[in-house]
Structures are given as C-alpha cells and as structure tokens.
Write a protein that binds this ligand. Structure first.
Ligand code: AP5
Length: 189
C-alpha cells in the first residue's frame, strides 16, 4: 500500500484533485481539514479549541491532526477499505509534521505539490466563500493562510526533494489531473 501526501497553498485545488485521484486509483482520501472540521462538528471539547485556531487560519497542534489521520489509517488497514493506499491531503504543513508522520506512521512514497500563485489562491477561495460556509473563507483569514503557507512550505519541498512532484496548478482541473496522473502512474503500474 502506498502513502501519498498532497501539499499546496490554501485554495490551490488539493481537494478538487484528490476527488479525481481517488476515483482513478482507489486510494483512501484523508483530508486533514475535513477531519478537523468533523471533530469540530462532533461538539467534542477538543473540537471547540480547534475551531478557534482554524477560524484564524492558524495551525492546530500536530499531535491532534496526526492522531486523527493515524486513527483512520489504522482502521482502514483493519477493515480493508483500501487496497492501494492513502492520499493524505493537507498534511504536512511544515517539515516537522512530515518527520513526525514518518516516525509514528510510515514512510511516504510520493508527494504531490500543487503550485499556484498567491493571487490564484486568493481568487479561488474568495470564489468559494460564497458557497462554502467555512469560517476561514474570508479575506483577512485567506491572506493569513497564504502567508503561513509561504513561510513553511519551502522547507518541506527542500527536505523531500527526491519525492516531491511539483505540478503547475494554474490550468484547468482536467489538465492538472492529467499531470497528477502521470506522476502517480509509476506507483501503480
Ligand atoms: P484545509 O481544509 O486543508 O484548508 P486549505 O489548505 O486552506 O485548503 P482548502 O481546502 O481551502 O483548499 P484546496 O487546496 O483543497 O482547494 P479546493 O480544491 O477546495 O485546512 C483548514 C484549516 O485546518 C487550516 O487553515 C488549519 O487551521 C487546519 N489544518 C489543516 N491541516 C492542518 C495540519 N496538517 N496542521 C495544522 N493545522 C491544519 O479548491 C478551492 C476552490 O478553487 C474551489 O472552489 C474549487 O472549485 C476551485 N478550483 C480548484 N481547482 C481549480 C482550477 N484548476 N481552476 C479554477 N478553479 C479551481
């Protein structure tokens, strides 16, 4: 089973591409943001503290997000809900998260990096804001999320340069998916 991380700034299209990738390759999609939003929606006390950080565009503690991901991976390994592996979307956000994952969970096989300009991220998120209902889809928080991404992501790309495939994600959804498929094909052929 393969483990693939999907990285890229807010609104670069990680979630959009992951939906297409899982349809083609049968991977289990684990979105860190979705898992955290589920935790908030559950009404747990852990969820309440997460909401405050997320609505400001700040990172939640690594141990929280990593344990949510690991729990789902362990469960899927037991119940056989994926035969090909895991597509981890939105993790790691900083190098230390990647190192912690490899120590506590398993090695990563490939990292897809969807690369777009800051203006593109902002425009896509402002476009989504009208329908998403997300507390962090407002201009002030979007700018903060982009700033944090730019501060942290380079170290991940540098450290894992042999595993990172950088994909220009400025184009159409289908053309980007085509590039992602080319990167993934060798893992599954
Ligand atoms: P998360 O939910 O992961 O948010 P994000 O990284 O900011 O990314 P988004 O989900 O907003 O965007 P996306 O890249 O998936 O783009 P999408 O496909 O939706 O995280 C939220 C928060 O949780 C974080 O800020 C943090 O607080 C916390 N968190 C999460 N992970 C964490 C971690 N590991 N550690 C600590 N904290 C963590 O597309 C966006 C829009 O663009 C859509 O409307 C879409 O239709 C459109 N679009 C997509 N592709 C294209 C295209 N090619 N052309 C035109 N439009 C497009």
């Amino acid at each position: 089973m393969k483990t693939i991380w999907v990285i890229g700034g807010p609104g670069c299209g990680k979630g959009t591409q992951c939906s297409k990738i899982i349809d083609k390759y049968g991977l289990l999609h684990l979105s860190s943001g979705d898992l955290l939003r589920e935790e908030v929606a559950s009404g747990s006390s852990r969820g309440a503290s997460l909401q405050e950080l997320m609505s400001k565009g700040l990172f939640v503690p690594t141990d929280v997000v990593l344990s949510l991901i690991k729990e789902r991976m362990d469960k899927a390994r037991q119940d056989g809900s994926t035969k090909t592996g895991f597509l981890i979307d939105g993790y790691p956000r900083e190098l230390e998260q990647g190192l912690q994952f490899e120590k506590d969970v398993c090695p990563v096989d490939l990292i897809l990096f969807f690369d777009v300009k800051n203006d593109t991220m902002k425009a896509r998120l402002l476009g989504r804001a009208a329908v998403s209902g997300r507390a962090d889809d407002n201009e002030e928080t979007i700018v903060k999320r982009i700033e944090i991404f730019n501060e942290k992501n380079n170290k991940i790309v540098e450290h894992y340069k042999d595993k990172v495939v950088r994909i220009n994600a400025e184009g159409t959804i289908d053309s980007i998916f085509n590039e992602a498929s080319k990167a993934l094909e060798p893992l599954f052929s």
